[in-house]
Design a protein around this ligand. Structure first.
Ligand code: SAH
Ligand code: SF4
Ligand code: F3S
Length: 432
């Protein structure tokens, strides 16, 4: 029987890629994807719990979908992802129209969907997931996500991920190598290795060993990875970034705060000075590297002086870009139970200041590239202008170029940077 599935994905790249795996498994069950929830036989919410806002967004969508079930009694609704694992069966109390719930380490249960259905709740730790090669349905054709590890063991005091995703487990490097080789044969040019803390990859080799292995896959031109934890960023890895031709000159290295006292309460296990030292070394060894980061504004007990240290850090380090968030108390986490929670107005003000300062830095960083020639991988049509194509530099900057004959998705071209904006640059291809 012909069946359709609609997946609504919230949250990070890991969830986006998990949804690709769900589609891969469901395709084998005879499902095809649809963009319209009203037409679907199965609706999956792949949820995110990182901040309260993400959770609220999901529950309001879940409420909205209730009417679909009344109109289509055969419709099945599933809740997956980080809220699923965190809440388990509690979700039914809040939303009785949900049929089943499964966590990020339990995707394989979808394989049994047609034969006799699945358990109502599947959220247990599943160390086997790292050994499995789950089928993946990718749409892009040029860039691909590849999971290298599951879960997180770090327990940063503000973060729900270790509770929502379970313990760390690394895929065998041979399985990853095979997947990447198959992607190369299919025409993919760029891969991004995924893990909550890729630097603590511990398969049959360490993360640097894995990069060395993948750098040899012919056809793949670019290798990226997210996310790196500053405490685990080894000199060995920095040397690998310097020496391996396909590993791109970009690192996302979340700082979180410029105050070592706050970092300690966050359980980040590095000081601001440690962080700065690693950044200096990265910039020495990997010329042209772009460094991006995450910042949390208004952690419990954060003083004005702590906040000023974050502001000072932004000015000192000059990140290429940041994501910044107001601290949000999350279930099970230590920080949620700490004293000294700040009023929302203080968090908002600090966030505003952080973003304002960074905006200026981001623009000036982009401006400093004007006149240079960069290699761009064309990713497709620009979302805002159908006469233009967009792509990225190796340092992950978004570049737009005029459409011209012969310039197609997947092409690697040399482009001269002509104009800088806050979120992108404009360029024109140059003859070599
Ligand atoms: N594993 C990655 C990222 C995890 S979540 C890492 O360790 O860096 C992405 C970002 O969300 C974090 O870097 C942090 O800045 C932010 N974040 C996580 N929990 C948060 C919370 N409770 N409130 C506000 N921001 C949070
Ligand atoms: Fe969360 Fe820290 Fe793990 Fe990142 S490393 S996912 S911030 S606990
Ligand atoms: Fe990602 Fe959100 Fe889970 S950021 S790991 S989907 S809590």
């Amino acid at each position: 029987m012909y069946k359709t599935v609609y997946i609504h994905t919230f949250g990070c790249q890991m969830n986006v890629h998990d949804s690709e795996k769900m589609l891969g498994i469901l395709e084998k069950q005879g499902y095809t994807p649809t963009d319209t929830p009203e037409k679907a036989d199965l609706i999956i919410f792949n949820t995110c719990s990182i901040r309260q806002k993400a959770e609220q967004k999901f529950y309001s969508e879940l409420g909205r979908i209730k009417s679909c079930k009344k109109k289509r009694p055969g419709l099945r609704i599933a809740v997956a992802g980080c809220i699923a694992r965190q809440e388990g069966g509690n979700i039914f109390r809040r939303a009785p129209h949900v049929d089943f719930v499964f966590g990020p380490q339990n995707l394989h249960i979808l394989a049994g969907l047609c034969e006799g259905g699945v358990d109502a709740v599947s959220i247990s730790d599943n160390p086997n997931i790292a050994a499995e090669n789950l089928p993946v349905r990718r749409n892009d054709g040029v860039k691909a996500w590849v999971t290298v590890m599951y879960g997180c063991n770090n327990f940063c005091s503000y973060c729900v991920v270790p509770f929502a995703r379970g313990r760390e487990g690394s895929r065998p490097s041979g399985n990853i190598y095979e997947e990447v080789s198959e992607l190369a044969v299919k025409g993919y040019r760029e891969i991004t290795l995924l893990g909550q803390n890729v630097n603590s990859y511990a398969g049959d080799t360490d993360f640097t060993g894995l990069l060395k292995k993948l750098d040899r896959v012919s056809g793949i031109e670019r290798i990226r990875f997210v996310t790196s934890h500053p405490k685990d960023l080894s000199y060995d890895l920095i040397h690998a970034m310097r020496d391996l031709p396909k590993v791109c000159e970009h690192i996302h290295l979340p700082l979180q705060s410029g105050s070592s006292a706050v970092l300690d309460r966050m359980n980040r296990k590095y000081t601001y000075e440690d962080y700065r030292e690693k950044v200096s070394y990265l910039r020495e060894e990997v010329p042209g590297i772009a460094i991006t980061s995450d910042i949390i504004a208004g952690f419990p007990c954060e003083t004005d002086d702590d906040h000023l240290l974050t502001v000072k850090a932004l000015k000192e380090i000059e990140f290429d870009g940041i994501f910044a968030f107001k601290f949000s108390p999350r279930p099970f986490t230590k920080a949620a139970r700490m004293p000294g929670h700040l009023p929302d107005s203080v968090k908002s003000m600090r966030l505003y200041e952080i973003l304002e300062i960074q905006d200026e830095i981001t623009l000036s960083k982009n401006k400093s590239l004007v006149g240079t020639i960069q290699e761009i991988l064309i990713e497709g049509e620009s979302e805002t202008d159908c006469h233009k194509l967009c792509g990225r530099t190796r340092s992950n900057k978004i570049i737009t170029v005029q459409k011209t004959e012969g310039l197609t998705k997947g092409a690697l071209v040399k482009v001269r940077m002509n104009k800088a904006r806050k979120h992108s640059l404009e360029g024109e291809p140059v003859q070599e």
